[in-house]
Design a protein around this ligand. Structure first.
Ligand SMILES: *[C@@H]1O[C@H](CO)[C@@H](O)[C@H](O)[C@H]1NC(C)=O
Ligand SMILES: *[C@@H]1O[C@H](CO)[C@@H](O)[C@H](O)[C@H]1NC(C)=O
Ligand SMILES: *[C@@H]1O[C@H](CO)[C@@H](O)[C@H](O)[C@H]1NC(C)=O
Ligand SMILES: *[C@@H]1O[C@H](CO)[C@@H](O)[C@H](O)[C@H]1NC(C)=O
Ligand SMILES: *[C@@H]1O[C@H](CO)[C@@H](O)[C@H](O)[C@H]1NC(C)=O
Ligand SMILES: *[C@@H]1O[C@H](CO)[C@@H](O)[C@H](O)[C@H]1NC(C)=O
Length: 666
């Protein structure tokens, strides 16, 4: 392009901008409506993303739940999707299965039941979805694949749905297949059959929580499969769908989306996703991974939740911008409302959607997000230029007589990083069915006939604080009656749960027990050892002690550790200072979980079915380790792992118990 033409083009653009970027948009229902809206939701799990939430004291825990679920208060979520725990690592930790073993059933493990009950308490209409990421080893019959015995897998999943009703009075509305892994058409049909035979015809199936293909083609090619599947759910669709998927006539959902750091950038990405998933992709539900960032910051995908609550010890939590961006839609719609056919992009960038209850109510949501799509970490969204612009909406059909609309407003300023979130502005007058508004860039507006929106608030929570450096837990279950896991322990491989041994004469009646005894059908590369981390990732110098009890005489080992540097899907590669004892009478100090870098080893005389107190102290470049107060390893030079969590664990998938865990600052 020569300079002359370039100049001419710039002049044109410049003139256009000066004159008026003003355009008319018609909102009309006379030609029929668009798709039915199914809601906006959050995903707890995949995995352990709500782990620390349950350990908050009241009133903070209830306040956080209100910001998420209470209608017309905060995010006012319409969907809660949870992981069906499978005893394996699923991103930020493991979640327990309701059936660790084939002959085992327990519907009170973990925190997802509790979370669903709390959500329902606040919003009885909330849609509930369950999806497995991983399965206990017996479900896969020892294979790394859950479909070899599809009847077993289906009855395992359906038992979770039945248990939800029987023990918690929770109606699960949708169930999925296997998160972001291959589906098996035979399994999907058997799952449908098993649901129907169990009187659960109303439970719908989402497939396949991965990409548009191959599920779309499979549904088109197979009538029976098509009958079994109600929703095509895809992950991180980048707001777009395929014509083929649309032709199936199935509901199209973004069943996992967002996954962006939840500062102002995250809120902006979320605003664009929520509108454009429908505008570009005709997707009628969008679910955020994740619901709430309630996991240690140094686990993978820190703060990729709608808000943050990962300091139960301080009570501090942060209501982040995605909460209020969600409210722009959720407080002024309900699942079952219909999109108007007239939705789309503004000529000068940004997008609008409009929804109606079919009863004269109208909600319009607009967004003019500019920011670089590369900042929306997942997915990279299509990039559009966005300008400030004047817009006129012309309301026709059922909406022609509307005379006033309530206005809710958010603004992101990417120069100052300041945000205005969910402000209730003066109502706007509609004259003869039309109103005009000047949009700046990076704004979100809701215009609605509904008058009962609210920016809910509570007094500021306590200030943020580090994990206490002196910490003790004797795992006395009577002090923590509600959950199966001990506060603040974040299981990274294996499952550690409260155990009561009534035949123990004391003092070890109440303990914490690692219970996974077979490698699960994993979702990522779980370690070959089990491990649960706790504390402050910045920790360097401290003493950890814990009573340990090996239950098997053969090839069994347990450890305590400090400076543990990695969790999540890479936990098997973590370094740290690990102190192990084995039931065949030896001890070891290693620099990694896999046990390959040995700092010291020798005879300890330890055996199974005896309690021992292990102590590990690390100070700068030196460490020491004791069994029952006897030093096996004394002030020895360390290899370097600078900092990390404290941890407990076992040398393999074996049951073992822990008691009187204590951390002390050096
Ligand atoms: C639940 O849905 C019904 C029917 O749409 C509605 O009338 C009611 O207000 C809803 N309740 C809540 C708490 O949102
Ligand atoms: C809008 O919704 C409200 C509250 O649900 C309802 O009372 C009213 O009849 C609806 N229709 C109009 C036109 O406002
Ligand atoms: C919008 O319209 C007003 C009034 O006509 C005008 O002053 C303003 O420059 C316009 N804004 C844009 C972005 O075109
Ligand atoms: C705004 O945030 C960006 C990215 O975090 C940062 O680079 C920039 O310095 C911030 N600007 C201000 C004024 O704080
Ligand atoms: C329970 O305590 C008894 C008595 O100390 C002991 O023999 C038994 O091994 C314990 N059971 C487990 C599973 O720890
Ligand atoms: C820790 O190390 C520092 C310096 O290396 C030393 O001064 C201090 O006494 C040590 N503390 C303990 C409790 O060993």
């Amino acid at each position: 392009m020569n300079t002359g033409i370039k100049c001419f083009m710039f002049l044109c653009i410049f003139l256009c901008m000066r004159v008026c970027l003003c355009d008319d948009y018609v909102l009309d229902d006379r030609g029929g409506l668009g798709e039915s809206f199914d809601g906006i939701g959050g995903l707890s799990g995949g995995g352990a993303t709500s782990r620390l939430l349950v350990n908050y004291d009241e009133p903070f825990r209830s306040q956080i739940l209100d910001y998420l679920f209470k209608p017309k208060f905060g995010a006012s979520l319409q969907i809660l999707k949870v992981e069906i725990g499978g005893d394996a690592q699923t991103t930020d930790g493991t979640e327990p299965s309701h059936m660790h073993y084939e002959d085992d059933e327990n519907y009170f493990r973990g925190y997802e039941w509790w979370l669903m009950r709390e959500a329902k308490k606040r919003n009885p209409n909330i849609t509930l979805i369950g999806l497995p990421w991983a399965f206990p080893g017996w479900v896969g019959n020892g294979e790394s694949w859950p479909y070899s015995f599809p009847d077993i897998t289906a009855s395992y999943v359906v038992s979770w749905i039945i248990g939800a009703k029987e023990y918690h009075d929770l109606d699960i509305d949708y169930v999925g297949i296997w998160n972001e892994r291959n589906f098996d058409t035979k399994y999907i049909k058997i799952l449908r059959n098993t649901l129907d035979k169990s009187g659960l015809e109303r439970v719908k199936i989402i497939a396949s929580d991965f990409l548009w293909e191959p599920i779309t083609s499979a549904v088109i090619a197979d009538r029976e499969l098509s009958d079994a599947v109600d929703v095509l759910g895809v992950h991180y669709p980048g707001t777009t769908t395929t014509p083929k998927a649309f032709k199936t006539g199935k509901k199209l959902w973004s069943s996992e989306d967002y996954s962006t750091f939840n500062d102002y950038v995250g809120g902006g990405c979320w605003a664009r996703i929520l509108n454009q998933n429908y505008v570009n992709g005709k997707m009628t539900a969008t679910i955020s991974w994740n619901l709430i960032a309630s996991y240690y910051d140094n686990l993978p995908f820190a703060r990729d939740g709608l808000m943050t609550a990962n300091e139960p010890w301080s009570g501090n939590y942060v209501v982040e911008s995605p909460i209020w961006i969600t409210a722009h839609t959720t407080q002024f719609t309900e699942p079952g409302w219909r999109y108007l056919q007239s939705v789309g992009h503004f000529t000068h960038g940004g997008s609008y959607v409009a929804l109606t209850d079919g009863n004269g109510n109208l909600t319009i949501i607009t967004e003019t997000m500019t920011h670089d799509h590369s900042k929306c970490i997942r997915p990279p969204l299509p990039f559009y230029n966005v300008w400030a612009q004047n817009v006129t909406f012309n309301l026709k059909g059922s909406f022609a007589d509307i005379s006033e609309l309530q206005v809710w407003y958010s603004k992101f300023d990417f120069v100052t990083n300041k945000t205005l979130l969910f402000r209730n502005l003066k109502p706007i007058k509609v004259n003869e069915g039309s109103f005009s508004i000047e949009f700046d860039v990076d704004e979100v507006y809701t215009f609605t006939t509904l008058r009962n929106g609210q920016k809910g608030s509570y007094p500021d929570p306590p200030p943020s604080a580090s994990f206490p450096k002196n910490y003790k837990d004797n795992f006395d279950v009577l002090e923590h009656p509600h959950f199966s896991e001990a506060p603040n322990f974040a299981d990274q491989t294996g499952v550690f749960e409260y155990f009561t041994n009534l035949t123990d004469p004391g003092p070890h009646v109440f303990t914490l027990r690692q219970v996974v005894t077979q490698r699960p059908v994993t979702w990522v590369a779980d370690a070959d050892q089990t491990i649960s981390v706790i504390g402050d990732y910045k920790w360097q110098d401290l003493t950890v002690s814990c009573d340990v009890y090996m239950e098997n005489g053969y090839n069994d080992g347990v450890f305590i550790a400090v400076r543990v540097g990695k969790g999540g899907g890479v936990v098997r590669a973590t370094k740290g200072i690990f102190f192990w004892v084995y039931s065949y009478g030896t001890y070891k100090v290693t620099n990694d979980l896999s046990g390959t870098t040995v700092l010291a080893e020798g005879f300890s005389g330890t055996r199974a079915n005896v309690w021992y107190t292990l102590t590990l102290t690390v100070n700068g470049t030196h460490g020491s380790a004791e069994v029952n107060g006897y030093p096996f390893w004394k002030n020895e030079a360390l290899w370097m792992q600078e900092n990390g969590w404290a941890a407990i664990g076992t040398s393999s998938f074996q049951p073992a118990q822990f008691d009187n865990f204590a951390i002390e600052a050096v």
